[in-house]
Design a protein. Structure first.
Length: 102
């Protein structure tokens, strides 16, 4: 849902923070879609969002030239302190860009 909102919404998102969620295949298939910065995270113990799915998503986004950060953390299908720190860094980076563009 986060990817769909950021890519297809009336107001495009500045970033996507995806934790244990894959990139919708229909978005990847349509080359007209622009993806914002992405934090793509998964827990080492996540049985649904596997390492293979994570790798495939990272590869597909990178092939499209998306600024994507990979995060693998100790845990399962959950939001952890590691995710919070990475999300904070991403938000700070976006904030610096906005201030620079003003």
């Amino acid at each position: 849902m986060a990817f769909r909102a950021a890519v297809c919404g009336a107001r495009r998102g500045a970033a996507v923070i995806a934790v244990g969620g894959d990139v919708p295949p229909e978005l990847l298939k349509d080359s007209s879609h622009f993806f914002p910065v992405v934090l793509q995270a998964r827990g080492e113990l996540d049985e649904w969002y596997t390492a293979a799915k994570h790798d495939a998503d990272i590869g597909a986004l990178a092939a499209r030239g998306v600024d994507v950060e990979r995060l693998v953390f100790a845990g399962a299908h959950e939001w952890t302190e590691d995710v919070s720190r990475a999300a904070g860094r991403l938000i700070a980076k976006l904030t610096r860009r906005v201030r620079h563009d003003e």
